[in-house]
Design a protein around this ligand. Structure first.
Ligand SMILES: [Zn+2]
Length: 329
């Protein structure tokens, strides 16, 4: 039973918004585009694992959570790609979509590709740390202690996993997606005693979903882009210019003639992803490029956003999820 689905990571959505709002000749574009394509590759790798996990876990006994971000302390979190929770144990799968020749040692993962060597953190240890953090978290909430294990799943079919006889964990824990089923059977045979009953499982599920805290990175700060570098206006989805204008009651692109029903909401989504979760009438006029105070005020009212402050100091609350709902996503 899948309790939490995987969605496109917010960092991808943010990077796409940022690239959309920067001039073509902006010096940071290359770096951003590189990160964006790496993030997409990572996400696709995780999705390909989901296929294996979901197809073999038809049985009702297991609960699967994709992409959990849980607290270690007030401001620190750990992230789990895939968690399989059953009455007898839990398993963590850490997906990696790294191309090349992969050599694991306790300190790092060394990747060789086209004669170039890159170093990554050791994902075996990353996954073991997640086991540790999850065990402590469940203990803190009085959930009986479950045996647990983890695997690193190399999703990229073209990558080569080099053996390391001095590090036995590689042979035991680094696997291909197709091996997930047999590994799961091995674990099931090893831990035969049910520890959680149905109620405990429900309680644990509720707890994990409640504690899950989606990331909200500051992508502008990360790339040191300031707000005044962002291009203003509303995008036309058809010709991709920032040209959309209000004509009567519709949003129209005067360049290509397209009617852009969602131009305003899409622009507010860019604003909340890149700038701030609050917007005033003045900021709306400036970012969206609306000339009249009256029109901006009418637009803000029509969106039924929660607000604080009165009249001229009023600030409207922009919530990403709410704006997406307005788009019908
Ligand atoms: Zn257009």
């Amino acid at each position: 039973m899948i309790k939490k689905l995987r969605t496109i990571p917010i960092i991808i959505v943010m990077l796409e918004a940022l690239l959309r709002r920067l001039p073509q000749n902006h010096p940071k574009r290359g770096e951003m585009e590189e990160e964006l394509s790496r993030r997409w590759a990572g996400f696709r790798g995780e999705q390909s694992l989901d296929y294996y996990v979901e197809s073999l876990l038809g049985r009702e006994r297991y609960i699967v959570f994709h992409d959990l971000r849980l607290p270690i302390s007030n401001d620190k979190f750990f992230q789990i790609d895939t968690l399989i929770l059953g009455p007898n144990y839990f398993i963590i799968l850490e997906g990696k979509n790294i191309l090349g020749e992969l050599f694991f040692d306790p300190n790092q993962l060394k990747r060789t590709l086209d004669g170039k060597v890159d170093i990554f953190p050791n994902p075996i240890l990353q996954a073991e740390n997640q086991q540790f953090f999850l065990t402590s978290l469940l203990e803190k909430h009085s959930i009986p202690r479950l045996p647990n294990t983890s695997f690193v799943v190399i999703a990229n079919q073209n990558s080569i996993i080099k053996p390391n006889p001095d590090y036995p964990a590689v042979a035991q824990k680094v696997i291909r997606p197709a091996a997930i089923r047999s590994k799961l059977e091995l674990v099931s045979n090893k831990y035969r005693n049910p520890i959680l009953d149905k109620k405990d499982i429900q309680k644990t599920t509720r707890l994990l979903l409640k504690l899950h805290t989606p990331a909200w990175p500051n992508v502008m700060q990360r790339f040191q882009v300031s707000e005044d570098e962002l291009l203003r206006g509303m995008h036309c989805q058809k010709c991709n210019r920032l040209s959309v204008e209000r004509k009567g009651h519709s949003w129209i692109c005067p360049v290509c003639g397209s009617e852009e029903k969602h131009a305003l909401i899409n622009t507010l989504i860019d604003y909340v992803l890149l700038v701030d979760s609050k917007i005033s009438n003045g900021r709306l006029r400036e970012f969206v490029r609306i000339p009249s105070v009256h029109m901006a005020s009418k637009i803000l009212k029509s969106l039924n956003l929660p607000y604080t402050g009165d009249r001229r100091h009023r600030k409207y609350e922009l919530q990403f999820d709410y704006l997406q709902k307005l788009l019908g996503i």
